[in-house]
Design a protein around this ligand. Structure first.
Ligand code: GTP
Ligand code: MG
Length: 319
């Protein structure tokens, strides 16, 4: 994943390309867009695909899995979006209070249809809302919550929704569930790591031991105390990442028959711990520092642009 000599990972299966084409076809029938991204990786989990479609539509960004994200990072992201005039909500999609907030924001987008219908003396049609995002962010979860029953399949693995599917939430909202679509090109190894770690790419096609090794290095660098609390303080003072990883495996009881660290078993444990919040609340991507933004390329859109600049390796730490 990190370097060219490794085998190519095909994370963009055919159904994603098909879904992208289907979305483009229905675009003219859509009133507003709800993008569901992941609060732990707000950059890598955005797919600016639909930004190319014309005309632009009213838009709301949901950053799901906030219960697993670093609250300080989420606060900083909200400030960032506010400044960029990007409507955004950081949420736990399993929480009723968050769903009520999202519903209120969406109903706001229904207002022009209501006003037009009133002027014409007829009943307004529902708001047609396109729900998009990369795999496994919670698109079907938020739809089920808004609809009030389990209408769309939800599972803790990517690629569950395979086709476009309209669902009704009362008389005000019609929601179009869509398959998760990853960006066609993976921008950098940090983003690939975030997508792999959060479960946006199928584990079965990933080199899990390598993903876990990279995640371990990132977490020891950015969240040392949380890592030490969960896995114990590393015995090696050398900072050798491989020795640190093996030490964690042994301390967590992942030991092979020959008494060596079972790196594969520990890879699954570490990823599972990260995904379920056992290490703590962690965010892998932070908003750019204001100073970095000034150095941004003049070609980048800012106001109202739904895609924030992508962070280069090593630039995703708090300012
Ligand atoms: N902790 C937590 N889990 C969530 C949240 N939102 C969704 N989930 C879980 O994330 C997993 C994926 O949810 P789905 O709704 O199937 O995601 P999706 O975006 O429809 O996924 P695809 O159809 O595969 O693209 C499920 O296990 C959900 O329970 C959240 O805010 N917090
Ligand atoms: Mg789904």
């Amino acid at each position: 994943m990190a370097s060219g000599e490794r085998k190519q990972i095909h994370w963009y299966p055919g159904h994603m390309a098909g879904a992208a084409r289907e979305i483009e076809k229905v675009w003219r029938h859509i009133d507003a867009v709800l993008e569901v991204a992941d609060a732990r990786i707000p950059v890598a989990s955005r797919n600016p695909l639909y930004l190319a479609f014309e005309p632009e539509k009213p838009y709301l960004l949901l950053l799901s899995h906030a219960d697993l994200a670093d609250p300080e990072a989420s606060r900083r992201w909200l400030e960032y979006y506010l400044e960029k005039k990007i409507p955004a909500v950081v949420c736990d999609l399993r929480e009723d209070a968050d769903i009520r907030l999202i519903r209120r924001r969406l109903i706001h987008y229904h207002r022009p249809l209501l006003d037009k219908a009133r002027r014409q003396g007829r009943i307004a049609r529902p708001l047609r809302l396109l729900v998009v995002g990369i795999p496994n962010t919670g698109k079907s979860t938020v739809i089920n919550q808004l609809v009030g029953r389990k209408s769309a399949a939800v599972e803790s693995r990517p690629g569950v929704t395979r086709q476009l599917n309209w669902l009704r939430s009362g008389t005000a909202l019609h929601l179009l569930d869509t398959p998760g679509i990853l960006p066609h090109k993976m921008a950098n190894p940090d983003e690939a790591l975030g997508l792999a770690a959060t479960g946006a790419i199928r584990d079965s096609i990933l080199p899990l031991e390598e993903v876990a090794g990279r995640l371990s290095r990132r977490l020891w660098a950015d969240y040392y105390d949380k890592m030490a609390a969960r896995y114990g303080t590393p015995e090696t003072a050398s900072g050798n990442a491989s020795a640190v990883y093996d030490g964690m495996a042994v301390r967590m009881g992942c030991i092979s028959g020959e008494g060596r660290p079972d790196r594969v078993r520990f890879a699954s444990m570490l990823l599972d711990d990260f995904r379920t919040g056992k290490i703590g609340r962690i965010t892998l991507e932070w908003p750019p520092c204001p100073a970095d933004e000034e150095a941004e390329s003049p070609g980048l859109k800012t106001e109202g642009d739904a895609a924030p600049p992508r962070s280069a390796e090593g630039e995703n730490r708090p300012c």
